[in-house]
Design a protein around this ligand. Structure first.
Ligand code: IMP
Length: 196
């Protein structure tokens, strides 16, 4: 049973670890890379979220041989033909800060009336038996004209989820969990783990 095995979450992003631990609650033990004693920068060399998520998972599975999962997320903006997409983290440059990325996106969107966008998350799971599974979560919304709120991380201050009046950065972890791309992909992962 997977339930007795700690799962390694293949990320160095402390915000994502916090969100995932919050999402999993007490159902499974989640170990971040740091907690698993693994100190590597995992590359994201591919052109799709799926390939990057699988690659991150594969690298950690090869090192540990234990059940692990990884995720890759992109922000797809309709007026920008789906960009920045897989390049979301590096939109304003290789080591750009969240503020630099958001500022660049706000500039690109300055005169755009269509502000529709979506976050997409792909989670790749590699089981201890070496089986690979993918789970997708999408959250539709729009790009705000300016930053709102100081919670969350990444592009949260400029993303307004559909049907809501507050940005992700103005929501609690519980509120974000219920509607977010990562929350939805995670629900699918959790359902899969629970019946495995
Ligand atoms: P990656 O999946 O770590 O490559 O992240 C891609 C980019 O999307 C990074 O700039 C993240 O900060 C951003 N990102 C990922 N998830 C979220 C989220 O839930 N809210 C806001 N930004 C996010």
């Amino acid at each position: 049973m997977l339930t007795t095995v700690p799962l390694i979450f293949a990320t160095n992003n402390a915000h994502k670890v916090l969100e995932m631990k919050h999402l999993f609650g007490h159902s499974f033990q989640i170990l971040s890379l740091k907690e698993a004693g693994i100190d590597i920068d995992i590359p994201e060399p591919f052109d799709t979220l799926e390939e990057n998520a699988v690659e991150k998972c594969r690298v950690i599975f090869e090192r540990t041989g234990t059940t692990c999962f990884a995720e890759d997320t992109g922000l797809e903006v309709e007026a920008m033909a789906g960009q920045p997409g897989v390049k979301t983290a590096r939109f304003a440059g290789e080591h750009a800060s969240a503020d630099q990325n958001m500022d660049k996106l706000l500039l690109c969107m300055q005169n755009k009336t269509n502000r529709q966008a979506q976050f997409k998350t792909i989670i790749a799971l590699m089981t201890v038996q070496g089986e690979r599974h993918l789970f997708e979560g999408v959250c539709k919304g729009s790009i705000l004209a300016q930053k709102q709120g100081d919670g969350g991380f990444g592009y949260d201050p400029i993303f307004l989820p559909q049907g809501h009046t507050r940005s992700f950065a103005q929501m609690s972890l519980d509120e974000k969990k219920a509607i977010s791309h990562r929350g939805l992909a995670f629900e699918k992962l959790l359902r899969f783990l629970q019946k495995s």
